[in-house]
Ligand binder design. Structure first.
Ligand SMILES: Nc1nc2c(c(=O)[nH]1)N[C@H]1C(S)=C(S)[C@@H](COP(=O)(O)OP(=O)(O)OC[C@H]3O[C@@H](n4cnc5c(N)ncnc54)[C@H](O)[C@@H]3O)O[C@H]1N2
Ligand code: MOO
Length: 358
């Protein structure tokens, strides 16, 4: 820290807030600690009576907190300054926009509806360095345009470039240097709904499952291309799946017949369609009897248990955004859902902003 004549302070970093008081009008900081003095600031500083200032001396190898924050933004979002050019106040890149660095902090916001992904290990590496932090919302959750995704800042006013480089090296070692955060936009999909169950097929009860799916799918860029009702006959269900795929379905949703009764034949029917089963049975309640499979061509075929019809949130809500963002779900990932896999059925549901599936 040193004292400098205000007239000579352009480019210097203020060490403390500078307060302006105009009687009966304003009281507050005109400049914050950490601000870099510009040519235009000089008359303002002189007007608040500051002919001399305490400033940091720019030192070789030391970065201002805002410069450090910009490096954190690159860790998160990727892209050089040029690639991620400012549009007005926003820096847009890879469907995320960044605020301008201010007081050492940058925030990222979703520019599209889609699936938010976090490389947890790389994030941990950066946050383990000290003197810097990145906080995000949970990964693998759907986000909507305008949602806040992450905030990051450098903790001290200045940070060594070496420290930032070390964090960059840790990310490179962890994932080869890929951005920590990504937003995968939803990809428009054609969906086929196959309802199974003799009670519905024979008209004994009304189908109340399909309307639930229609409502849920209505929040995404999805077209329902077919609705078929089948008896508890696995061949009939298999034929319906194959027919839907021939019609160009990207996603086939089979409902009913997912548990252990003699008439519950949907898993067999899905298997016989040629789909490769990722999981049948998941550590999530509601949703234990869920089945996820993929065809060779990448189309997803799901078996949805009865709970998807009656419970507000189930495993279907965890998996659907991923499938709609073309983000394949693995058996291992499903196995990790156990902790947080219990929906608490809160009086007011705040999903996805809750612990379910996290
Ligand atoms: N012994 C066991 N029983 C059950 C288990 C288990 O592990 N062992 N799991 C339970 C869980 S968890 C669920 S979830 C359900 C799974 O049910 P299913 O997917 O097999 O559903 P269904 O048996 O076909 O039907 C259940 C219930 O829902 C009505 N339903 C089904 N589809 C429709 C429709 N399109 N419209 C209207 N109503 C429909 C159906 O009539 C039944 O009343 O299994 C538990 N049991
Ligand atoms: O499979 Mo049930 O799906 O847990 O309610």
């Amino acid at each position: 820290m040193k004292v400098i004549s205000t007239k000579d302070a352009v480019g210097c970093i203020l060490c403390h807030d500078i307060t302006q008081i105009i009687k009966g009008h304003t009281k507050g900081p005109v400049f914050r600690k950490g601000h870099i003095v510009t040519e235009e600031d000089i008359p303002v500083l002189l007007r608040v009576g500051k002919e001399n200032l305490y400033v940091w001396e720019p030192k070789e190898g030391m970065l201002h907190e805002d410069e450090g924050a910009e490096i954190l933004r690159q860790f998160c979002q990727g892209g050089s300054r040029k690639e991620a050019a400012f549009e007005g106040e926003k820096k847009c890149f890879r469907y995320m926009s960044a605020s301008r660095a201010s007081e050492g902090k940058i925030e990222l916001t979703a520019e599209m509806d889609g699936l938010f992904k976090v490389d947890k290990k790389a994030l941990y590496e950066v946050n383990s360095q000290g003197e810097m932090m990145i906080a995000t919302r949970h990964g693998n959750t759907e986000v909507r345009k305008g949602d806040k995704l992450a905030g990051m800042r450098v903790i001290p006013l200045v940070i060594s470039r070496e420290k930032m480089d070390k964090a960059g090296d840790a990310i490179r070692q962890e994932n080869g240097g890929k951005p920590i955060l990504s937003l995968l936009p939803f990809v428009p999909k054609r969906v086929a709904v196959i309802t199974t169950g003799s009670e519905v097929y024979k008209g004994r009860i009304k189908d109340t499952f399909t309307p639930v799916l229609e409502e849920k799918l209505g929040h995404y860029p999805v077209t329902i291309i077919s609705r078929t009702v089948c008896d508890d006959d696995p061949q009939m269900v298999t034929d319906a799946i194959r027919g839907a795929l021939e019609m160009g379905a990207d996603l086939v949703l089979c409902t009913g017949g997912m548990s252990v009764d003699p008439d519950d034949r949907t898993p067999l029917a899905i298997r016989n369609s040629g789909a490769k089963i990722v999981i049948y049975g998941a550590p999530v309640l509601p949703g234990a009897m869920f089945l996820l499979s993929y065809m060779e061509g990448g189309q997803a075929v799901m078996g949805l248990p009865g709970c998807v019809m009656y419970a507000e949130r189930t495993i279907f809500d965890l998996v659907l955004p991923r499938v709609l963002a073309d983000d394949p779900v693995t058996k291992e990932e499903i196995a990790t859902l156990g902790e947080g896999g219990l929906c608490l059925n809160c009086p007011v549901c705040t999903y996805p902003n809750c612990g379910f599936g996290k």
